[in-house]
Design a protein around this ligand. Sequence first.
Ligand SMILES: [Zn+2]
Ligand SMILES: [Zn+2]
Ligand SMILES: [Zn+2]
Length: 464
Amino acid sequence: MKIAFITDDTSLKIPPVNTEIGVLSLKEAEIEKIADYEAIILDARKIEEAKIILNSIRQSNIESVALKPVFLYNPGETENIELESLADRKTDLGRIAELVTNAESILKSISTLTEFKTEIFEIAVMLKILRFLYTRERKLTPLILPSSRYGYIYPILSSQFPDTEDFRIFEILSLMEQQGFLLGKFFDRVHLCNKCHSAFLNFREICPSCRSSNLSVENVIHHFPCGYVSPESKFTYGDQLICPKCNKILRHIGMDYEKPSSIFKCHSCQETFQEPLVECFCFHCKTVSPVEQKITRDIKSYELTPTGKNCAIYGIRFSLADFLKDKFDLVEYNDFKRMLTFENERKKRYKRESSIGFFQITNSQEIYMLIGERKNELAMEIARIIKENFRGSDVITALNESTFLILLPETTTENSKIVLGRVKTNIENLLRSNFHIPGKTFVPQISVNIVPVNESSLNNLFPE
Ligand SMILES: [Zn+2]
Ligand SMILES: [Zn+2]
Ligand SMILES: [Zn+2]
């Protein structure tokens, strides 16, 4: 096995082992060089430099680099959770043989993965996560990291996004859970700023009239013999409690008096009140907002499901047809062809014109990703547009994951074109208005065609 030891420490003596170990300085550790080695030992004593290198390995678009076994050389035992979450294990120079066995089993697992290419960043990220977990037989457990925006990070997943886009971690996780790739288990509940999603919040009680947080709270006393109710301070004389109304000494709580509630006092406007307001101050963006407006998010730990393992090995494909299928009645393609033949015979006999058309969403994978959690909502809308525009006698089938064929009996090509044109425009508008991702312009790509029904209409429909 060829191992790269990335370190600037020239004084380290590598014991003789049955393994080729090449030493690279931190500066030399570029992806192209690292790619030549089967495993990496990274000197983790310079934490910031090591973090940059390990992040660039895990973010690499080259799969064999991103999944490479990486071990941390760190005899000082300085803990760094971010670094450790991206690495396989800690090691020292006396344990090279153990490291080789470990790396071999990871590499063997990597060798079983089918090559899968995707242009879509989110799918690439999901696949990377699935493959990382699969080849390491790991769970995806959130780790506490106070310096991170959410207070938690997910190993490897968090490193795939720039800080400004890290909210997408949750979109990806919930999509992966919805798709059945991951099984989520409740771990913790966090409260986040509604503006910047930071978990670094101060919940504070404030005065309902002047909104100052300079409050004090004291108990209210109810004196049973005379029925007088007042804040405790009105009863306090030295270390005794004396009723200001009847001048009796209060002796036994529960017997001659009780403390039924507490009362707040504002030291800014002197107002007293029973229920203060609660507001939420964000240390990150300094926004002050009512407590009800904060975002509550469940943090889960995840494990791979059998579907997730399957996708890890063979790749991820989403089907638009699948997600529309249960929203409206699609007929099987073979039945569709039979109906087409029948319609052609009928047409010849009765001399009526019928049409067949298709619409294809060419960037359906991208749409699927962008839709994320709202896919059901959007599928309903798409189904509604289709139902509104086609008649009950029209027949729809899915030719593949994003191409739909429609048979319109007794409809001229002209009229069918109008209908299909309207469906296209409506779906495009719907998709456009649903995607507002900062920095991304989204253009739905829908192509349509209509031809008259005859013996060769299926061929005419897809010229080329
Ligand atoms: Zn009294
Ligand atoms: Zn006040
Ligand atoms: Zn904020």
